[in-house]
Design a protein around this ligand. Structure first.
Ligand code: COA
Length: 170
């Protein structure tokens, strides 16, 4: 297996139009449908990085700051911020576009964690992700702190072992 891969190699973009079946009674995209799209684009990105089957291990806070009306064109972009042993943190950005009005707004951003697994569902090592741009480097540098925070919140790490979070817990 390759020891490392650039972040750009697995960059994944998905574009969808919002139809009546996707919406709530106000005619806006249902949050659950958006989360499904985010999960799919993130999983494709993590698969591309690892060339493995991946499972969703966790989803960090997802805020719905803007509603997305029927007829909008939604673009989701996923990129690996950092790979650990078997897990990959993937950031997903979402924009909604009203093409006739030439309007495009950023609507969501969330961090998902995917774990590469073998055919029996056991975690398996993945290549390291090499950041190249300024933005990728900043995301890479913050990833260890976010990982420790989510593992503490999931009850998988003791707060005193989360060295990146010392200033929060002390
Ligand atoms: C995710 C899963 C493979 C982890 O398996 P496990 O036996 O707990 O394995 P480990 O403890 O060795 O953890 C494996 C990796 O998962 C990460 N992980 C586990 N739980 C996590 C969580 N809640 N948040 C973030 N990462 C998590 C670990 O940090 C570890 O990462 P690393 O290898 O990069 O250090 C397992 O819990 C699973 O299969 N869950 C169900 C996944 C699923 O069905 N998703 C869809 C839900 S609808």
């Amino acid at each position: 297996m390759a020891k490392s891969k650039s972040v750009s190699e697995s960059l994944t973009t998905m574009t969808e139009m919002i139809f009546p079946n996707d919406t709530n009674t106000l005619g806006n995209l249902m949050g659950g449908n958006l989360m499904r799209m985010m999960d799919v684009v993130g999983a494709i990105c993590a698969q591309k990085h690892s060339n493995r089957i991946v499972v969703t291990a966790s989803v960090d806070n997802v805020s719905f700051k803007e509603s997305i009306p029927l007829g909008s064109v939604v673009t989701l972009q996923a990129k690996v911020t950092r790979a650990f042993s078997s897990s990959m943190e993937v950031v997903i950005d979402v924009w909604a576009e009203n093409i006739p009005a030439k309007e495009r707004v950023s609507t969501n951003k969330a961090f998902f964690t995917f774990v590469a697994v073998d055919q029996s569902g056991r975690p398996i090592d993945v290549p390291q992700a090499v950041p190249e741009t300024e933005d990728e480097i900043a995301l890479y540098e913050g990833a260890l702190r976010r990982r420790q925070l989510r593992l503490v919140l999931a009850g998988r790490m003791k707060a005193q072992d989360a060295v990146e979070l010392k200033s929060i817990f002390e």
